[in-house]
Design a protein around this ligand. Structure first.
Ligand code: RP5
Length: 164
């Protein structure tokens, strides 16, 4: 059995549409991960348990997504020394601005590295976790270089339409 290095946790299965972008990226890079619903509000004891056991279980980065009053990333950061990357999930009424502010405005001493609202944030949180792990994993760093090079080529190949 492969031991997960990255934990992707989210407050609800309704966050999956966004958070699957993090999982897809980890999968593409071959980084072992686990994905779970852990709600700060509905499963507070499970959240505490996950945070208490994460490091011992082999987890070296936690990507935490939540929407609305998004307490999961900040609470997880309070429960473990494993770095937490927060993803603000778009909410129905405030379009994720509430999620962003809930996650990013941590008091001094308990940091959450906070990413953009939505798909880009989820993908970038995974890329940041990958970059962090790649500092101690040469093969992973090579994969990251290839990914960046492909992205550069794709941008160079972009064409703009002619103006009539
Ligand atoms: C948060 O509440 C979750 O992260 C989700 O974004 C939001 C709504 O959850 P559901 O009511 O859709 O389960 O805890």
């Amino acid at each position: 059995m492969t031991v997960a290095k990255v934990g992707v946790i989210m407050g609800s299965s309704s966050d999956w549409d966004i958070m699957q972008n993090a999982v897809r990226m980890l999968k593409d890079f071959g980084v072992p991960y686990e994905a779970k619903v852990i709600s700060a509000h509905r499963m507070p004891h499970d959240m505490a348990d996950y945070g208490a056991k994460a490091y011992e279980a082999g987890i070296r980065a936690i990507i935490a997504g939540a929407g609305g009053a998004a307490h999961l990333p900040g609470m997880m950061a309070a429960l473990t020394e494993v770095p937490v990357f927060g993803v603000p999930v778009p909410s129905r009424y405030l379009r994720g601005e509430d999620s962003l502010l809930s996650i990013v405005q941590m008091p001094k001493g308990v940091p959450v590295a906070t990413f953009a609202i939505g798909e880009a944030g989820a993908a970038n949180a995974a890329l940041h976790a990958i970059a962090t792990l790649a500092m101690h994993d040469e093969a992973l760093r090579e994969k990251l270089k290839v990914f960046r090079a492909k992205q550069t080529e794709a941008a160079r190949a972009m064409h703009l339409p002619e103006v009539e």
